[in-house]
Write a new protein. Structure first.
Length: 395
């Protein structure tokens, strides 16, 4: 016997979970929004909210960030192990915020829409045969559809799939907040050669600079040492700042992110762009799609088909991420590095394509069509989209 029951129970109240909860409430469903943390809580993330991310916020939450929540700049530099290759203006405003504030803002909006606020609550067990969860205090909560929005180490994914992600295949990130606020139009930079199979970022914020790097750690590289090297390039003594690390599902995603009436969204599903690092927009979009799928199958009285309804709805995300796997060999494979460096320095096509994707104005299918006309794409097709150490396992 359950103590409470909801149409939708969401585990994880970051952007994906809050989007799922908000959209489910708007669709007239009863919702519980659970998170083990108490908001506001810190989250490792560069927190550049792309135009696509801002569009997703407007569409799902019917809100826009207020000016005090972000810093705006169009100034961008591409770097190569500390060397500046190119400096230019982005074609639109780039907004930099803090996940501490951004996530809390979205979580509050979901609760204001009617989701039952259960932050600071730990889930002890999932009883999928009974469509119920058991909380740490013994409370049993029933659900029609359960949404796992609980990050890269997702206990929900582990429960339904046996594991969240293979740590050998996904990325690991180090990041720090360097004190000292930035003015509007401060420079952001991305270093494409500080690590292999990844990159570094230096993003301006109103109260600090967020500097970090992310890459596949298992590819014989000491990311902690490389983080210190990167900070030195950026004029920061590593000993003077606090550095945090976490796994990010960069480069891997779930082909079937769910089982029956349990769905995975955002980082839990691996919905992170392995080239741009975009995760916020995909989190919000996938969370909203999970809510739509839940509403559909609850109305039909077939909740065990939620995973099928959801997969149909997020095919556009998965299709693009599959193309990311192919295209990233241009950036990451050693055979392509010299050419990639030159394209970063000189190619208007590469630069415009990146910003079209971030704006949600182009898909990677569109980019593939453009890139396929160039000679280096024919070379890239013959290379694995995984590091050689992992290509056999990933293939």
């Amino acid at each position: 016997m359950t103590d409470q029951s909801f149409d939708v129970v969401v585990i994880g109240a970051g952007p994906a979970g809050s989007a799922a909860a908000r959209r489910a409430c708007d669709l007239g469903l009863s919702v519980a929004l659970i998170d083990k943390a108490v908001f506001p809580r810190p989250k490792l993330c560069g927190a550049l909210v792309s135009p696509r991310g801002n569009k997703a916020v407007r569409r799902v939450f019917d809100m826009e960030m207020t000016p005090e929540m972000y810093l705006v700049s169009r100034q961008v530099a591409f770097k190569w192990d500390g060397e500046e290759l190119n400096r230019f203006d982005a074609p639109y405003d780039l907004t930099y915020t803090y996940r501490l504030d951004f996530d809390h803002w979205l979580q509050r909006a979901a609760v204001a829409a009617g989701a039952v606020d259960m932050q600071g609550t730990r889930v002890e067990r999932i009883l999928d045969g009974e469509s119920a969860i058991v909380l740490a205090d013994g409370t049993r909560i029933g659900y029609g559809v359960l949404v796992g929005a609980d990050g890269a180490a997702s206990p929900v994914a582990k429960h339904i799939l046996g594991a969240a992600f293979d740590p050998e295949k996904i990325g690991f990130a180090f990041e720090t907040e360097v004190p000292g606020g930035c003015e509007a139009e401060a420079l952001m930079s991305i270093d494409f050669d500080i690590v292999r199979w990844g990159y570094g970022w230096n993003f301006p914020k109103a109260g600090s600079r967020t500097i970090g790097l992310g890459a596949i750690r298992s590819v014989d590289q000491d990311l902690k040492a490389l983080m210190a090297r990167y900070l030195a390039h950026e004029g920061v003594d590593a000993a003077s700042v606090t550095i945090k690390g976490a796994h990010i599902p960069l480069g891997d995603f779930k082909e079937h992110p769910g089982k029956g009436n349990i769905l995975l969204v955002g980082d839990a599903a691996g919905f992170v762009d392995g080239i741009t690092g975009e995760g916020i927009a995909l989190a919000i979009e996938s969370g909203a799609e999970a809510a739509e799928a839940a509403a559909q199958v609850i109305a039909e009285g077939r909740v065990q088909r939620a995973d099928r309804a959801y997969v149909r709805r997020i095919r556009y995300i998965q299709s693009d991420l599959e193309r990311v796997r192919r295209l990233r060999v241009i950036a990451y494979k050693s055979a392509m590095r010299d050419l990639f460096r030159e394209k970063l320095r000189t190619s208007d096509l590469m630069r415009s394509s990146l910003f079209e994707v971030l704006a949600g104005e182009a898909t990677y299918a569109d980019i593939e069509k453009k890139v396929a006309k160039r000679a280096f794409m024919s070379v890239a097709r013959g290379l694995s989209s995984w590091p050689s150490k992992l290509s056999r396992r990933a293939g």
